[in-house]
Structures are given as structure tokens and as C-alpha cells.
Design a protein around this ligand. Structure first.
Ligand SMILES: NC(=O)c1ccc[n+]([C@@H]2O[C@H](COP(=O)([O-])OP(=O)(O)OC[C@H]3O[C@@H](n4cnc5c(N)ncnc54)[C@H](OP(=O)(O)O)[C@@H]3O)[C@@H](O)[C@H]2O)c1
Length: 240
């Protein structure tokens, strides 16, 4: 049984990931920036017979909230095995770089990049106490420079340029942190759920959340010591 913290898990892919990991008998701390939404999410799972789960209030953009969450977890557990940095926002449209609003860009980066970095920094001491710790950054293929530069590629999703850039930065964080932590045995990887129907895309995504959570759950549960600095998707790897 592993102890897992998932940010932004009151709904969407994070919620489904929490559910699937709890069903596999791991103990899950379901992160929610809104206390009530977190309690409601846990209640929903309790009603399905899932009890190895608790909510924890965490707004990744607010350092005081992150520190409070860390303090709360430190009082409950000796070590954290898996941190899943799932909280994310898509931001407003349009968000092209020619005319896009800079405040929108900052807001997206504040959650998807800076929020993830500060959450990870705060929880690292608890992760270091685990025998097999793993940090999982929930990224997106729209952040892949390799896919963006593929000839002829111009999908509807490519209009999410600010969001895509924030995920590119997140992927850089994955690789650079993995290298920094190389000698500690802590694995750091990115994973994409694939285009999944959630609030983030007004439920336009092609996959159901049950399927979107699968690559995240796989990465969290497969024992693969030494697998670090990789970018996974369902059934394989994504080029950076
Ligand atoms: N859906 C897709 O097609 C897709 C594809 C690739 C990657 N992803 C990634 O998957 C992750 C989950 O997205 P989703 O599709 O499940 O979207 P979602 O349903 O909108 O869920 C996003 C979650 O993040 C939380 N969140 C937002 N800002 C936060 C903050 N400052 N602090 C803490 N939590 C915050 C939201 O909380 P509230 O309920 O309070 O807003 C919500 O719980 C994101 O990182 C997203 O970029 C999604």
C-alpha cells in the first residue's frame, strides 16, 4: 500500500485517479482547493464503499495553503510515496502569442508551472522519507515541442498555446528535477491522460475520465525503479 497525494482531485481526471488508486488499496489524500468540494468528492467515494481516502485542502498557487497542507500531512504520515501534480487550468481563449493577454498567460503558468514547482518543493522532505518515491507531473501532448513541430500538424487543440507552453515548462521541470534527484532514487516523470472529456475542455475530449486516468494510475503503481525523466501516455512514451 502506497500513500499518495493528488492535487486538484475533487473532480475530473484527478478525482478518477484518486478513485482508481484507492480501489487498488493505496491510501489517497484527495487534494482540493475548496474544502467543501473536497469533502463532497470523498463522500461520493465513501458511498461507493471506498474508505481509504481523505481530503486535504491545497491551493497550489498559494504558498501558505501548500505549507498548511504539508503540515497537515506531516502530522498524519511518516512518508509520502507518490505526489501526483494534477491540478491544472487551460486558461481563457484566445491565448495565441501574437495578441494573447499576458495576465492570462501568467495565470496559466502560476497554476500549471509555479504551482507545481512550489508544491513539489514543499513535499520533497516527506517524499525523501519513502523507500520508493515518485513524482508524477500530469502534462499534455500540446506541451510536446516534438509533436508541435511535426510537419502538417495543426489541430484544434493547438490554439491552446499559452496552456501548451506551460506544459512544455512543466516537462522541462520534470527532466531537470529528475536529474537533480538522480542520486536519491526519487523518480520524476510526466504523463498525459490524452484528450479527455472534463470541465477543462467543456467536455469536448474524446476519452472518458475512466480511461484518461489509466496512464497515470499505471505510472503510479508499476514498480519501475530507475524509470525517471520520461514522458508517458497510454501505451507508450511521448517525444518531448
Ligand atoms: N482533459 C484533458 O483533455 C487533459 C489532457 C491533457 C492533460 N490534462 C491535464 O490533466 C489535469 C487535470 O485536468 P482535468 O481535465 O481533470 O480538468 P478539470 O476537471 O478542470 O480539473 C482540474 C482540477 O485542478 C484543480 N485546480 C485548478 N487550479 C487549482 C489550484 N490553484 N490549486 C489546486 N487545484 C486547482 C481544479 O479545482 P477546482 O474544481 O477548484 O477548479 C480541479 O480539481 C490538468 O493538469 C490538465 O492540464 C487534461
Amino acid at each position: 500500500m502506497k500513500t499518495v497525494l493528488i492535487t486538484g482531485a475533487n473532480k475530473g481526471i484527478g478525482f478518477e485517479t484518486a478513485k482508481q488508486l484507492a480501489q487498488l488499496n493505496h491510501f489517497v489524500y484527495l487534494g482540493s482547493r475548496d474544502k467543501q468540494h473536497g469533502l463532497e468528492a470523498v463522500k461520493k467515494l465513501n458511498e461507493q464503499g471506498i474508505t481509504n481516502i481523505e481530503t486535504i485542502m491545497i491551493d497550489v498557487t498559494d504558498i501558505n495553503s501548500v505549507r498548511q497542507a504539508k503540515q497537515e500531512l506531516e502530522n498524519k504520515i511518516d512518508a509520502l510515496d507518490i505526489l501526483i501534480n494534477n491540478a491544472g487550468i487551460a486558461g481563457d481563449l484566445p491565448q495565441d502569442f501574437v495578441t494573447g493577454n499576458i495576465e492570462n498567460l501568467r495565470r496559466i503558468f502560476d497554476t500549471n508551472f509555479f504551482g507545481t514547482v512550489q508544491t513539489t518543493q514543499e513535499f520533497l522532505p516527506l517524499l525523501r522519507k519513502s523507500a520508493e518515491a515518485s513524482i508524477i507531473n500530469v502534462s499534455s501532448e500540446v506541451g510536446s515541442i516534438a509533436l508541435r513541430t511535426e510537419a502538417g500538424r495543426n489541430t484544434n487543440r493547438d490554439k491552446y498555446n499559452a496552456y501548451g507552453a506551460s506544459k512544455t515548462a512543466l516537462n522541462a521541470f520534470t527532466v531537470m528535477l529528475a536529474n537533480e534527484l538522480h542520486d536519491t532514487g526519487i523518480c520524476v516523470n510526466s504523463v498525459t491522460p490524452g484528450y479527455t472529456a472534463t470541465d477543462l475542455n467543456q467536455f469536448q475530449g474524446a476519452k472518458a475520465v475512466e480511461d484518461g486516468a489509466v496512464p497515470i494510475v499505471k505510472l503510479a503503481t508499476q514498480s519501475h525503479p530507475g524509470t525517471t525523466a520520461k514522458f508517458f501516455k497510454d501505451g507508450g512514451e511521448v517525444s518531448w
